[in-house]
Write a protein that binds this ligand. Structure first.
Ligand SMILES: Cc1cc2nc3c(=O)[nH]c(=O)nc-3n(C[C@H](O)[C@H](O)[C@H](O)COP(=O)(O)OP(=O)(O)OC[C@H]3O[C@@H](n4cnc5c(N)ncnc54)[C@H](O)[C@@H]3O)c2cc1C
Ligand SMILES: *[C@@H]1O[C@H](CO)[C@@H](O)[C@H](O)[C@H]1NC(C)=O
Ligand SMILES: *[C@@H]1O[C@H](CO)[C@@H](O)[C@H](O)[C@H]1NC(C)=O
Ligand SMILES: *[C@@H]1O[C@H](CO)[C@@H](O)[C@H](O)[C@H]1NC(C)=O
Ligand SMILES: *[C@@H]1O[C@H](CO)[C@@H](O)[C@H](O)[C@H]1NC(C)=O
Ligand SMILES: *[C@@H]1O[C@H](CO)[C@@H](O)[C@H](O)[C@H]1NC(C)=O
Ligand SMILES: *[C@@H]1O[C@H](CO)[C@@H](O)[C@H](O)[C@H]1NC(C)=O
Ligand SMILES: *[C@@H]1O[C@H](CO)[C@@H](O)[C@H](O)[C@H]1NC(C)=O
Ligand SMILES: *[C@@H]1O[C@H](CO)[C@@H](O)[C@H](O)[C@H]1NC(C)=O
Ligand SMILES: *[C@@H]1O[C@H](CO)[C@@H](O)[C@H](O)[C@H]1NC(C)=O
Ligand SMILES: *[C@@H]1O[C@H](CO)[C@@H](O)[C@H](O)[C@H]1NC(C)=O
Ligand SMILES: *[C@@H]1O[C@H](CO)[C@@H](O)[C@H](O)[C@H]1NC(C)=O
Ligand SMILES: *[C@@H]1O[C@H](CO)[C@@H](O)[C@H](O)[C@H]1NC(C)=O
Length: 513
């Protein structure tokens, strides 16, 4: 995805409104009892500074509010205890105890899941990686090793002195869970999905056993499943990834920046996005797109069309790669030399509100063909219809429609690295589509009418059959795994490593295994 609000746009965010709806967590007293016993057991083995409950620990509140979407924060979910793991062994102990006691659980790394209930739990154990964030560079192997608690901005800052970066998020405060969903990065055209850069992974299986998986050892199937399989295949406690050589903060390797377009240019921009994903055969050209509607007091939410266009190389290469976009009338543009960290710092996303994502996927359209870009225009119409339908709602703060190109070069890179679970077909680039709704401050539960509007969008948005949806940007109920080329493979690997189906039964995550 995505990219989002230019920093300057943030000031336009209205913090007015809203209904404060409190949520009654559906408490299951049997689960509560099991979790309470499991937590007591864990306090006795790991100690009360690692294992904290609401009444006993000073870090508990921080951990219980560590999620980005307020729908996943303490007022909606109350973990029985939070295990602030400090080592792989702690994760093994926690997982074995959870498994033996059959307790509900959840795992949280950077906390940026937009799926309600995926990174927290009520009447269960939350494993938090907040304190496990060591990150280092091995110059000889040219790899970066990260513990799960590091955020992309911090990883980038630590690594840029070495002139390298992990292939990771486009927003600084997102975390490593991104890789488990595949992960789309500004570096993806050249270096594939973020997960395609794994070198080795320490994985704690559902029964507490730890294994190290690589592309060619006895756990190679698990290694591949963790490239897109989300949280279903075990808890990764150490990621070793190939370093990308992006230069330091002084190395302005990119030419580019942000252009804003008026609504009258929307159709031409959508056409250019469809073409870019299919025609671009230059791994140095990086595009991110955002259509953002912001609710204000006017009768129609205000629409901003914001494109981030960046080129690793010269102005000439930039002008050539983005020629179609540059020929469309824009309102303003600021292009110049940028380092990789400038790029990642270009946009941010507001915290402290409820958020929900949903996704679709559209094939790219070659500019030389006569195929229509109607599916792109239809998607935009549905997006506008949502704005019109809920224009007077005080529950919505903003909406986002974002198309992220997955270029053929990215797909090829993944196969060359041994393949991933997503396994897209090798017949041209496509666009992952994100429809995000940001709720107003104070809205702690999704109102029914807005939920119906989201569902209307998701069930009517065109999606090209045979192309993979993107977990990181989908709704919790979408059948993402079933859209993967590697669906059957994933099912087999899942039953091998979690034969009793414990993970599916005791923690939330992608459905359909
Ligand atoms: C503002 C914003 C920008 C984003 N930008 C991008 C982007 O540019 N590219 C992209 O691909 N995605 C992007 N995303 C989506 C994001 O990558 C996913 O939401 C991702 O799951 C977040 O990972 P996290 O560690 O921050 O979140 P968390 O909520 O902590 O984790 C996400 C999921 O992974 C599980 N998990 C986390 N760590 C582990 C682990 N070590 N072992 C097992 N399970 C684990 C969690 O249980 C949860 O289900 C963005 C999201 C937001 C909100
Ligand atoms: C919206 O209108 C209300 C009442 O007229 C006003 O108090 C508020 O500041 C306005 N908000 C914005 C963002 O203009
Ligand atoms: C309650 O929790 C237990 C243990 O986690 C689980 O087996 C059971 O299905 C749950 N019951 C309901 C109604 O959710
Ligand atoms: C966590 O581990 C570090 C070193 O690995 C140690 O210094 C620290 O005391 C540990 N913290 C807790 C709470 O055990
Ligand atoms: C809970 O887990 C611990 C550690 O594995 C085990 O010793 C204990 O018997 C389990 N308790 C129950 C009730 O399953
Ligand atoms: C790592 O986590 C610790 C404890 O939460 C925090 O103080 C520190 O700033 C983090 N380091 C980085 C590089 O993010
Ligand atoms: C930038 O382009 C150069 C030359 O084409 C290439 O060697 C380098 O790997 C690219 N860097 C990135 C970060 O894409
Ligand atoms: C893209 O570039 C590669 C290498 O330069 C070349 O082999 C391939 O044929 C090109 N593909 C298209 C569709 O032009
Ligand atoms: C933008 O244009 C579309 C038609 O392309 C229209 O449906 C929509 O209402 C417009 N949005 C705004 C905010 O003017
Ligand atoms: C790139 O395009 C811009 C117009 O978009 C033009 O002003 C500039 O001269 C071009 N630069 C080069 C080197 O072609
Ligand atoms: C597109 O359509 C025109 C007229 O219908 C036709 O002449 C042309 O060959 C078509 N081009 C392609 C690439 O199919
Ligand atoms: C607009 O969305 C609403 C629900 O959100 C739906 O009932 C209506 O049919 C939609 N209209 C169009 C033209 O898509
Ligand atoms: C844990 O699960 C794995 C995969 O099913 C299995 O190979 C291993 O023997 C199990 N370990 C224990 C201690 O049961």
């Amino acid at each position: 995805m995505l990219a989002f609000y230019r920093r300057s746009l943030l000031v336009t965010f209205a913090l007015w409104c809203c209904l404060a709806v409190s949520v009654d967590s559906a408490s299951n007293s049997s689960a509560a009892l099991v979790a309470s016993n499991t937590c007591q057991q864990l306090v006795s083995t790991l100690g009360s500074s690692i294992v904290q409950s609401q009444s006993s620990g000073s870090e508990y509140t921080v951990g219980a509010n560590g999620a980005w979407s307020v729908f996943n924060q303490e007022e909606n979910f109350l973990p029985t205890c939070i295990v602030f793991v400090n080592s792989t062994e702690d994760v093994q102990t926690a997982m074995k105890t959870i498994f033996d006691n059959k307790s509900e659980y959840a795992v949280q790394a950077g906390g940026h899941s937009a799926m309600t209930g995926w990174n927290t739990v009520t009447d269960g154990v939350l494993i938090s990686f907040m304190n496990m964030n060591a990150t280092s560079y091995d110059e000889e192997k040219d790899t970066i090793t990260m513990q799960p608690g590091i955020l992309w901005g911090a990883a980038m800052t630590l690594m840029e002195t070495f002139g390298v970066a992990p292939v990771g998020g486009r927003i600084t405060n997102v975390g490593t869970g991104l890789m488990l969903g595949g992960g789309l990065s500004y570096l993806s055209p050249a270096f594939g999905y973020a997960a395609d850069n794994y070198v080795s992974l320490d994985v704690v299986l559902v029964n507490g056993t730890m294994v190290t998986a690589t592309v060619d050892n006895e756990y190679s199937d698990l290694f591949k499943a963790l490239k897109g399989g989300g949280n279903r295949f075990g808890i990764v406690t150490r990621y070793e990834v190939q370093a990308a050589h992006v230069g330091t903060a002084q190395d302005k390797i990119y030419w580019g920046g942000i252009a804003l377009y008026p609504n009258s240019s929307a159709e031409a921009v959508l056409t250019a996005i469809a073409h870019f994903s299919r025609d671009t055969n230059n791994t140095n050209a990086v595009l991110a797109t955002d259509f953002i509607s912001v609710w204000s007091n006017s009768s129609v939410p205000e629409l901003t069309i914001q494109l981030e266009m960046n080129y690793n190389g010269s102005v000439e290469g930039f002008n050539e790669s983005f020629a179609e976009f540059l020929s469309i009338p824009y309102t303003s543009a600021s292009f110049g030399p940028l380092s990789y960290s400038d790029l990642v710092n270009e946009v941010s996303f507001p915290d402290g509100q409820g958020n929900l994502f949903g996704g679709s996927v559209l094939e790219g359209i070659a500019s030389a063909s006569n195929s229509s870009v109607d599916a792109y225009l239809e998607t935009f119409q549905l997006f506008n219809n949502f704005s019109m339908t809920f224009a007077s709602s005080s529950d919505v703060s903003s909406t986002l429609l974002s198309f992220t190109p997955v270029l053929e070069s990215q797909i090829q890179y993944g196969y060359a690295k041994g393949g991933n679970a997503i396994s897209p077909p090798m017949n041209g680039g496509f666009n992952e589509v994100l429809f995000g709704v940001t709720f107003s401050q104070g809205v702690t539960q999704v109102p029914d009418d807005i939920q119906q509007g989201r569902e209307f969008f998701l069930s009517n948005a065109p999606s090209t059959p045979g192309l993979p949806l993107f977990i990181n940007e989908c709704d919790a109920n979408q059948l993402v795994f079933a859209s993967y080329g590697g669906y059957e493979f994933l099912q087999e690997v899942y039953s091998k490593y979690d034969p009793t189906g414990f993970n599916i039964q005791y923690t939330q995550g992608p459905v359909g295994l």
